[in-house]
Write a protein that binds this ligand. Sequence first.
Ligand code: AMP
Length: 606
Amino acid sequence: MQEPVIGIDLGTTNSAVATVEGGRACLIPSRAGGRLTPSIVGLTREGARAVGLAAQRLAEVQPEAVVWATKRFMGRRCTPELVQMSRLMVPFPLIAGPTGDVRVRLAGRALPVTQVAAMVLGELKLDAEACLGRPVRRCVITVPAHYDDNQRSATREAAAIAGLEVMRLVNEPTAAALAYGLASGFEGNALVFDLGGGTFDVSILEVKDGVFEVKATGGDAALGGEDFDQRIVQWLLAQVEEGFRETVGKDAVSMRRLKVAAEAAKRELTEYEETLISVGDLGDHTGPGTPRVTGVETVLTRRFFETLSEPLSRRCLAVCESVMREAKMSPQSVDAVLLVGGMTRVPLVRRLVQDFFGRLPTTELNPDEAVALGAAVQAHELATQSGAALLLDVAGQSLGVGVLGGRVKRLIAKNTNVPVVTRQIFLPGRSGQAEARIPIYQGESEFQDENHKLGEVVLRNLQVGYRSDIQLEVTFTLSSEGMLSVRAVDLKTGTVEQVRLEARNSLPAPEAQKLSQEQARYASVQSQQDGRRAEEVLRRLLERGEKLSRMLQRTAQESPGVEARFAVGTMRSLLDHGRVALQEGNIEQCARVARQLTTVLTGRPA
Ligand code: AMP
């Protein structure tokens, strides 16, 4: 039987995992209950790990023992500016790792954010394995469309630590369009408006004859639900008694309480016109003795929340305008607007979209699940090569090399279809140079300073001569998932340099290896527990199944017929299979029968 493959939506706030079974993409439930896994990771004082729902619960009693929204820091360099900006978003401090990577302090350890992501990915892997009853290794992971090379590479690194093999990284909006297009048979121009917990992406795709071609994509890496929450948090903080305000603003426990209340209020306002916010026990929780505490109690109306959110709404619209310009399309030429990401439930966001595009958004998609389902569809497609859907994505950002005058010479323009290969000849900066360094930049500005430096091509042992005699050919290869590799050749000597992008701040190899061993040990203990739990669940389901079977038999005796006989036969065979699976200790079979029994007993898929 073919090895199962999964699709993973690694979100800022929540993550989800899906697979394709019987030709249909379906979400895999979390072992802790629920369809989504909060992207929260915690370590207790004793060093025990809590991920997802367990970490969310831990946060209620020990807010300093958890970290969340770390996706925003993936693949970034831990610069003073980032540390400063993070203070407005999260109460936990960021620290720099040995390669300049971002780390968070948790239970006395400095965890790389890639490890935090790996812990979430590892949990989703375990959920999939528990549901399918088999080891799962291969996956498709989605990333924001505007993710740069470092962020993509960090996502791959996190997957490797989690013991996953990434078949392909797919842009989140593209995955959502894929899920929608395949499920509904849609053809035309689809616009995906993806506002999640931490990031905002807009993509426009043309869907025709099973080909999903991205026309343009754009986004704002620092715009999402967290920012809307922060607007409320700052408003609440301003209402704290003056003598306490500064203390509360610096206290992690208090700020976590305000953040939780703000997020809950935002959700309430999706349903109601106003909401009461009441947060107590705010003060200094770090010092010894009983803290001096205060609280806030206030009413937030939907209208005032919308006023608070005004600057964020304007940023959303600016992105839509720029993507429409890049696709050379008008809002009227969009045939379907797909909403993705939890924040698109907010009435203000729906209104913005409706006013801008002059049409109601499509509501068939579940905004929290579409991305994972699309990722599963793509994983299945890559595994089976069935040809049902072909994805043609684009470069999310322009790529070029630094030239004289602090400028950038663009080799690949934003929104060029990928994969793509481009070449260009460069001359060394001056005559008599034995070594040439060509910096590589990602971004939209024509100035190096305003772009993101990815690395440098370093060609050594050039023949010393006149500048114009030496021709350096630089080749950029951008893969279908947006990863760049660079090659440089000195055309005179034939010296070739396959460039390692030095700015990729990946973890030192021994550390990455240590982390994956740690993850493997944790996963092995968990899967043994999951195996025992699967048998236990099946035992309970078999008991309920026996009762149903007896009922079906009675019905068949009272009103005999083909249908009744068939129902009895199906049920008996399912129960027999379940008993055999238990006897043989076949976890995969136990999981499969448990899923089928759940469907029969509850009338809905497990
Ligand atoms: P995602 O990253 O797609 O899971 O989006 C999560 C974001 O959506 C968080 O900021 C949530 O607070 C927000 N969100 C989810 N459901 C709702 C809702 N019903 N009303 C308002 N915001 C929501």
